[in-house]
Design a protein around this ligand. Structure first.
Ligand code: SF4
Length: 363
């Protein structure tokens, strides 16, 4: 099946948002394959949630109903490597959805399983870009403390060495480092960014603000940094990008999007409003481990469970509960700096796209 050109899809989302009627499936899909996790992060209590995870067979019924529309699929958790069949889920994503990008955030804790599955995941994902983002929230034992996992930082070094090794055989593999900026580390972002780059030698370094999310059971946690502190942290990250611009077009595009995202997320924290329209529920979606479909993980409101709808994504996505969610988002009843949704929001917003193009040109 030929995918509709991205530019046509983006125009379609804008038209659908204006009319309130969805006409397309999402281009950006997150699939959380489990809530289970051995880490006990200060910024996340997702591990406390217990549900009956979708099986590989169930994913095999759901994914074809996405009609190969998603171009960017994030496979998230919990810790995905709790599941011995995680490689099979990646294989199905590649075969049945055919996204351009498969993104896997990794805590690097269950090293034995990671060493067993990651080479197969690299093999199965060939043809897409496989982005493996290591979660690094501090350096050394300070990281282990925030993440509530013994020797986690040392294990991350082993996993990053494995990924560097896989990159020699599989050029589609990209190593990223990802930091959650919280009250616990916001004052040290310049040091963390510099040291993480030196230790892990990633292809990319990204950061996201710690938020109160229903998905993560963090609604009562005091983790989100003060907006002024966050702005100082992202100004450092913006300067770091500007100081090392890539000459490779795809990498330069990602950097340009990130420059714009850091500005957008800082403004959302300061202004507490949707600075640009959110397209969660139109362009992006989140499938929970138990088959519930959400517009986004911040609200984590089920618009229907795929198990109760014959595993048919369309029947839930175009159903009345999803319409109600979209109406609420369209009325700006919520606002947040969630990076995953923000990237597609930036692509759909014409003025942001112009600024991204200016960043591309080095302006
Ligand atoms: S603004 Fe945030 S909370 Fe609201 S729909 Fe978008 S991603 Fe979800």
């Amino acid at each position: 099946m030929t995918k509709l050109p991205l530019i046509a899809r983006l125009a379609g989302y804008r038209a659908a948002h204006a009319s309130g009627k969805p006409r397309q499936l999402p281009i950006n899909l997150t699939v959380s394959v489990t809530y289970s996790c051995p880490s006990r992060c200060a910024t996340c209590d997702i591990w406390q949630k217990k549900v009956d995870d979708l099986s590989v067979d169930e994913y095999g019924r759901i994914f074809p109903t996405l009609e190969k529309v998603p171009i960017w699929v994030t496979l998230s958790g919990g810790d995905q490597f709790v599941r011995a069949d995680f490689d099979e889920i990646v294989r199905l994503v590649k075969k049945q959805i055919e996204p351009n990008i498969i993104n896997i955030p990794m805590n690097g804790v269950i090293t034995e399983r990671i060493f067993q599955l990651l080479p197969k995941i690299a093999e199965y994902s060939a043809g897409a870009q496989l982005v493996l983002n290591l979660s690094v929230d501090e350096i050394g034992e300070a990281h282990d403390e925030i993440r509530g996992a013994d020797r986690n930082f040392e294990k991350l070094k082993l996993v990053s060495a494995l990924i560097h090794d896989l990159k020699k055989t599989y050029p589609h593999v990209v190593l990223g480092v990802h930091t959650v900026i919280s009250k616990l580390n916001v004052s040290r972002i310049p040091e963390i960014e510099r040291e993480a780059r030196a230790i892990f030698q990633p292809d990319s370094y990204i950061a996201e603000v710690a938020e109160n999310r229903v998905e993560l059971e963090t609604m009562d946690k005091d983790i989100t940094p003060d907006p002024a502190d966050y702005r100082r942290a992202v100004q450092h990250l913006q300067n770091a990008i500007r100081g090392h611009r890539s000459t490779v077009p795809v990498a330069r595009l990602v950097e340009s999007l990130r420059l714009e995202y850091y500005e957008l997320s800082a403004r959302i924290l300061e202004e507490k409003t949707q600075v640009i329209d959110c397209y969660a529920g139109w362009a992006s979606a989140h499938l929970a481990p138990d088959g519930n479909l959400w517009g986004c993980c911040v609200r984590a409101e089920s618009v229907g469970n795929l198990r109760e709808h014959g595993y048919d994504f369309r029947s839930v996505w175009f159903g009345p509960r999803a319409d109600a969610f979209r109406a609420s988002v369209r009325a700006h009843e919520c606002a947040c700096p969630l990076a995953n949704a923000s990237y597609t929001n930036l692509l759909v917003d014409p003025r942001s796209l112009v600024r991204v193009a200016a960043h591309m040109a080095g302006m």
